[in-house]
Design a protein around this ligand. Structure first.
Ligand code: AMP
Ligand code: MG
Length: 403
């Protein structure tokens, strides 16, 4: 049996992303259903926002040249009311968000005036033009580029889109992902006590949740026993999705059938990626459906998912808003001997002396899922490098890998 080639993470990512393109069609969704969906087209402003000059404060709309005078109140303008032009030698009572009356060029806060016995408003000695005025178009102007195609919509984006009076947006259809958990030893939680040699399936809920957080629709194909027949049946069922992801069964053990069956139904590249945890990884297709094979060890499955599957999913989803997630930090540990694989230590971070410090979880074994739950970041230890305590490193905060 030929050994799969050892790839650096960067090479693997380049190969993985080289020929992917968005696999889904466009659809229109109501704005209130659009959270987390990926914009299919650039979005431009149709209107100036705000649509007219208005007051940023509760107070008095004035002519700034009339500073220092005592003036009568000519009108009262609440939010939602249309103003009359402001006559000379008068002020208008105005409230936050109300349109500025024509003729006024500033707002004086109500705290900054006094009212004399005749009810006139005594203005401060100095008023700068434009004081407390929110000008038309200060948020955005008609024609401005607001949001780019490929952006996953955030709550604040929905507000921005609504401010333009837009009630429906063009997004990419949700990606459907078929998920298989291979391993004859696996049992679902809730299926009873474990018999000897069995373990509960931790990858299924973890990977399903990671995919759901990316906005995918998961088709759970459950546990797949380690036989070619069961593997073939599950992969064929998964091929109608946009992507098939499996965990386990991609090492070179005799019970690892994923490789042969994917090769039979499409094609497969088996890689050993020079990362720790998470060496075995497979990329291929089942029929024409892309396929990714993650390692079975839960920590390895997690790390390969966030480092490799996640960018692949983004590409299929048509996302273009995914920037770098690494942050600078200091190692609260030492690496005395260089390793041949880039290591992703599960760490907790804290701020000390204005810097982030990363402390590794005690057990970094790839089967130890407590290491991931106990951590808030992955700390990168570059291959072929030693580290002294306090050395500069890069960390990937876990919450930034969940979107
Ligand atoms: P494999 O990649 O199939 O050789 O699996 C490697 C290790 O991960 C074995 O100890 C498996 O029992 C374990 N494993 C595989 N799949 C899962 C799973 N879904 N949940 C928990 N452990 C798993
Ligand atoms: Mg297995």
């Amino acid at each position: 049996m030929t050994r799969a080639p050892l790839q650096s993470l960067d090479q693997a990512l380049d190969l993985l992303l080289a020929d992917v393109h968005s696999a889904v069609e466009q659809e229109s969704v109501e704005l209130n259903k659009a959270l987390g969906r990926v914009l299919a087209a650039d979005l431009h402003a149709r209107l100036d926002v705000p649509p007219w000059d208005n007051s940023a404060m509760d107070g008095y709309a004035v002519r700034s040249t009339e500073a220092g005078q005592s003036l009568p109140v000519a009108q009262r303008i609440a939010a939602g009311e249309r103003p009359e032009p402001l006559p000379g030698a008068a002020v208008a009572r105005i409230f936050t968000g109300a349109p500025l009356p024509p003729g006024a060029d500033a707002v004086v806060m109500q705290e900054d005036v006094q009212i004399d016995v005749e009810g006139r408003v005594i203005l401060p000695a100095k008023i700068a033009p434009n004081d407390h005025v929110r000008h038309r178009g200060q948020d955005c102007r008609a024609g401005d580029h607001l949001l780019g195609a490929g952006r996953r919509l955030q709550p604040q984006d929905l507000g921005l889109i609504a401010s333009q009076g837009i009630s429906e947006v063009a997004v990419w259809r949700r990606l459907t992902v078929a998920l298989l958990s291979t391993g004859s030893e696996l049992r679902e939680p809730g299926s009873g006590e474990l018999d000897a040699a069995a373990i509960y399936n931790s990858n299924r809920p973890m990977l399903a949740a990671l995919l759901e957080q990316l906005g995918c629709e998961v088709r759970d194909l459950g546990i797949v026993g380690d036989t070619p027949q069961a593997t073939r049946k599950a992969l064929q069922a998964g091929a109608s999705a946009d992507l098939v992801i499996s965990s386990g069964g991609v090492s070179v053990g005799e019970a690892d059938h994923v490789r042969d069956v994917v090769a039979e139904l499409g094609e497969i590249d088996l890689w050993r990626i020079a990362i720790k945890p998470g060496k075995p990884f497979a990329k291929g297709r089942v029929g024409s459906t892309p396929f990714l094979g993650l390692p079975g060890n839960p920590s390895s499955a997690f790390v390969t998912f966030v480092l490799l599957a996640r960018p692949f999913v983004h590409a299929l989803q048509g996302r273009r808003d995914t920037g770098a997630v690494a942050l600078p930090a200091r190692a609260d540990f030492a690496v005395p001997r260089p390793g041949s694989r880039r290591e992703f230590l599960r760490v907790t971070t804290r701020v000390e002396g204005g810097e982030l410090w990363a402390t590794p979880y005690v057990n970094q074994s790839s089967g130890v899922l407590t290491s991931v739950s106990a951590s808030d970041a992955l700390a990168m230890v570059p291959e072929h490098r030693t580290l002294a305590h306090g050395d500069a490193i890069e960390i990937l905060p876990l919450h930034r890998l969940m979107d």
